[in-house]
Design a protein around this ligand. Structure first.
Ligand code: NAP
Length: 308
């Protein structure tokens, strides 16, 4: 059994930046990138705020570039899901089903996943009108009427993107105030295809084979109503993908991995030799560029650890 220097779990901007740095540092990293590789940027449209791309770049294109850059310096990539880890001790153990991989350090960069509303018929109609990914599914809603749920940047971005296909997009948000940045909110507000329905929650999705309507309640008046439509996009935030690591590394109340506040090893977790970067440890900034920056930090921290 080869004991590697570094295994990186996850392949968003954080994991692949860690791979670029670790590979260039001579650590021959193995990235176990997950069956659905590339992280959240794979389901994002245009990224306008990643430095170096003055005209913007499509999320999947950016990830392909990062992946190719990591491979160029000798990163090994495995497009499978990690199923189990044992991270204490000097040699870390990482399983993909029955296959065991061992390393002196592990960098966790498993990101975060989209939250659902928890409605009775939401999961049943997932992929049949309910979606968490406008880029993946928007195409199916040409000339249709759809709703986007949420009041953050994701909701504004998805609503604006979906107007390329849909004839009408409702943004349904549970209060008057928004979490989204002013610029993205204004862009959505100025779009003639978008109508805002505020102080309103979705109580269920209605439809036999596909979405036919959503049941709404105004939280100020308690008035209930039904809005006929063809699709519902849920954009209400994310949950960190830390299930594999719970009970091994310390996480906060939201499930995010706790990393060090010591400036000399910012990505260190509660376990020696285990580092975390990207959205799995960041509930606040959650940007591609901050994730990439933290990936660099994690690779350098791992390198310093390996050097003793
Ligand atoms: P977010 O900022 O956490 O916003 C989530 C929204 O969903 C909030 O408006 C929240 O309402 C609402 N919500 C949460 N749970 C709900 C529920 N159960 N029922 C109804 N509504 C619910 O999440 P996000 O929009 O995914 O953005 C996350 C981060 O990514 C942010 O830092 C954002 O800036 C960034 N981002 C950036 C871009 C970009 O720059 N291109 C694009 C997308 C995301 P309340 O406000 O009432 O809590």
């Amino acid at each position: 059994m080869t004991v590697r220097n570094v295994i990186i779990i996850g392949s968003g901007p954080a994991g692949l930046t860690a791979a670029i740095y670790a590979a260039r540092g001579g650590q021959d990293p193995l990235v176990i990138e997950g069956f659905q590789a590339g992280g959240q940027l794979m389901t994002t449209t245009e990224v306008e705020n990643f430095p170096g791309f003055k005209d913007g770049v499509m999320g999947p294109d950016l990830m392909m570039e990062l992946r190719a850059q990591a491979e160029r310096f000798g990163t090994e990539l495995l497009t499978l899901d990690v199923t189990k880890v044992e991270l204490d001790g000097d040699i870390k153990k990482v399983w993909v089903d029955e296959t065991l991989y061992e390393a002196k350090t592990v960098i966790i960069s498993t990101g975060a996943s989209a939250n659902l509303l928890g409605l009775k018929n939401e999961s049943r109609l997932m992929g049949r009108g309910v979606s968490t990914c406008a880029t993946c599914d928007g195409f199916f809603f040409r000339d249709k009427t759809i709703a986007v749920i949420g009041g953050g940047d994701s909701a504004m971005e998805e609503a604006t993107f979906l107007t390329r296909f849909a004839q009408k997009v409702y943004v349904i948000h549970r209060r008057q105030g928004f979490r989204s940045s002013q610029i993205m909110l204004e862009k959505a507000k100025n779009n003639p295809k978008i109508e805002f329905v505020l102080d309103t929650v979705v109580e269920d999705v209605i439809g036999a084979e596909g979405v036919e309507a959503i049941a709404l309640k105004n939280v100020q008046t308690n008035e209930q109503s039904q809005l006929p439509l063809d699709g519902m996009f849920v954009a209400i935030g994310h949950t960190p993908n830390t299930k594999l690591f719970i009970g091994q590394v310390d996480v906060d109340s939201g499930g995010y991995i706790i990393t060090s506040s010591d400036k000399t090893h910012l990505s260190a977790t509660s376990l020696p030799g285990v580092f975390a970067c990207g959205d799995v440890q960041d509930s606040h900034y959650r940007q591609a560029i901050t994730a990439a920056g933290s990936g660099c930090t994690a690779a350098l921290d791992a390198q310093h650890y390996l050097e003793g």
